[in-house]
Design a protein around this ligand. Structure first.
Ligand code: FAD
Length: 472
């Protein structure tokens, strides 16, 4: 019987895993994972995220062992050397080929191509699968044969293309006879990172946990998702993002569950379920964009002319933003949530990103990096997409004059101040009106900063900077 090396990356699961399932259906399987610290550095991956991934890798190892599949961990000295070391391993273990699920991003795509070419050169098989998206990036184009640059037409085209009944998660492969491998060095990866206790409790690892979260969300919250998803004090969203980013659960599994609950309908039926599926498509959209516009992986703006914006170099205001000390309670509470939990509510990601880029006029790349350094769900495509959207430098760009007012956002989405009180205990005693903008009231003796900018003035400044871009 032939033997295949299945290379796990951001697909840390045994259910609905195309590379694993299709390889195990034909051949005996050995699994491999590459620990690549220079890739983590390149992406600014947070210790929270790395800890989460190592716990999930450990869970994966246990699940694979139950299926009779050994997991080998290798540590290439450099990211570029993955191909060479995988080939050496495949040859040592007498594998006839390798298979893996595609990842997106310039470095990842280049690395994967190198692996494919090297294996083929040695007459070994290389099989690659689409996994992170419903449609392979590059295969959904507009009438001019170009990538969609705006979300809504992209979603509509995708809904016209996919058949709901074809979205079927794959089962766990059957147990194979245990494979006896030559002695390989054991790598202790599980305790490489240690997060704060609050983080480890909040984000248990494993496919079971991800499946339970999905089930609970669909049964209890999905119906009200459209109505409640913007209120940060309410648990109305799925909190599946870290599991989706690490591939502990797949986009197909999430989509399938939503479709089942919505009687197989994509754009009719329950509006909560439709809205949630549409959010999942944002994830898909940004993967296509990352693939189609390699400059994004190099840290460049999607709208090239915005490279001329005169970003502020003010470290003091940047640090105030990072530390949650801007004097705008909703912004500060959100930044505390990020640093303390490794996660931030979507509405607040937009509020804080717009505040940094529009009010403080600080380069979106600094905010993007700071988010990555803390997020447990840090993901190049979604994070870059979200930051560039907020800064009006990206796809689907919010027109540059659309700018959130942090006080009205607070009054609208945290009217009773419940979220702010949770993260800024010094404002606990403030009334529901005062809590959104304490400086506007005659309040003394609170240990809370006065605002670091004037919203109106900063708005005028950013608008004229964007207008100047239009001038020849
Ligand atoms: P739900 O509301 O339950 O949505 C379900 C899933 O849909 C999410 O888990 C996510 O995979 C996907 N999704 C939802 N909204 C978006 C979106 N706007 N863009 C892309 N995918 C989306 N998401 C990340 O996964 N990683 C990031 O690094 C990331 N950085 C962001 C930075 C900024 C500035 C902004 C504005 C958004 C960012 N997002 C990111 C998108 C979004 O905020 C999170 O996916 C969402 O808050 C995760 O919570 P949830 O799982 O409860 O989402």
């Amino acid at each position: 019987m032939s033997r295949t090396l299945v290379w796990f990356r951001s697909d840390l699961r045994v259910r609905d895993n195309p590379a694993l399932f299709h390889s195990a259906a034909k051949n005996e399987v050995v699994a491999v994972y590459c620990l690549c610290p220079d890739q983590w550095l390149e992406h600014n991956d947070s210790p929270n995220k790395l800890w989460f991934w190592m716990q999930n890798l450990n869970q994966l190892e246990q699940s694979l062992n139950k299926l009779g599949i050994p997991l080998v961990i290798i540590q290439p000295d450099r990211f570029e050397n993955c191909a060479k070391q995988l080939l050496e391993l495949a040859q040592n273990l007498k594998c006839d080929g390798i298979s893996y699920n595609n990842e997106h991003g310039l470095n990842e795509e280049h690395r994967d191509l190198c692996v494919e070419q090297l294996f083929r050169k040695k007459n070994l098989e290389c099989q690659r699968f689409t996994d992170q998206t419903l449609i392979t990036p590059g295969q959904l184009l507009n009438g001019k044969g170009e990538y969609f640059k705006v979300f809504t037409p992209f979603r509509k085209a995708l809904y016209r293309t996919i058949e709901p009944h074809q979205i079927q998660p794959l089962p766990v492969p059957e147990k194979q006879k245990s494979v006896l491998l030559p002695e390989v060095e054991k790598v202790d990866y599980k305790d490489l990172f240690s997060p704060a206790e609050a983080i480890s409790q909040r984000w248990p690892a494993g496919e079971e946990e991800a499946g339970d979260r999905l089930k609970a969300f669909i049964e209890l919250h999905a119906i009200d998702y459209k109505k409640l998803r913007d209120y940060p004090a309410i648990d109305a969203t799925s909190t599946l993002s870290p599991y989706l980013v690490s591939g502990v659960i797949s986009l197909r599994q999430c989509f399938y569950a939503a479709l089942q609950a919505n009687n197989g309908e994509l754009d009719s039926g329950n509006d909560g379920l439709q809205c949630w599926m549409s959010e999942l498509i944002w994830r898909e959209f940004y993967k296509h964009i990352l693939h189609g516009f390699p400059r994004l992986s190099k840290g460049q703006a999607f709208i090239t002319e915005t490279e001329r914006l005169p970003w502020s170099q003010n470290n003091k205001t940047f640090n105030a933003w990072c530390n949650g000390e801007t004097g705008f309670p909703l912004v500060d509470a959100a930044m505390k949530q990020l640093v303390n939990t490794g996660w931030m509510h979507n509405r607040l990601r937009m509020v804080t990103a717009m505040f940094l880029t529009k009010n403080l006029m600080i380069d979106w790349r600094l905010g993007e990096a700071f988010f990555m350094q803390h997020l447990i769900d840090g993901d190049l495509s979604a994070n870059n997409g979200g930051w560039q959207w907020s800064a009006s430098t990206g796809t689907d760009a919010a027109p540059y004059f659309r700018m959130f007012n942090p006080v009205s956002q607070s009054e609208k989405f945290d009217a009773s101040g419940q979220f702010i009180r949770q993260w800024l205990p010094q404002l606990k005693e403030q009334g529901n009106k005062e809590i959104h903008a304490p400086w506007q009231y005659d309040i003394h003796d609170i240990d809370y900063p006065t605002p670091i900018i004037d919203h109106k003035l900063s708005r005028e400044k950013v608008l004229s900077a964007f207008k100047a871009l239009k001038q020849p």
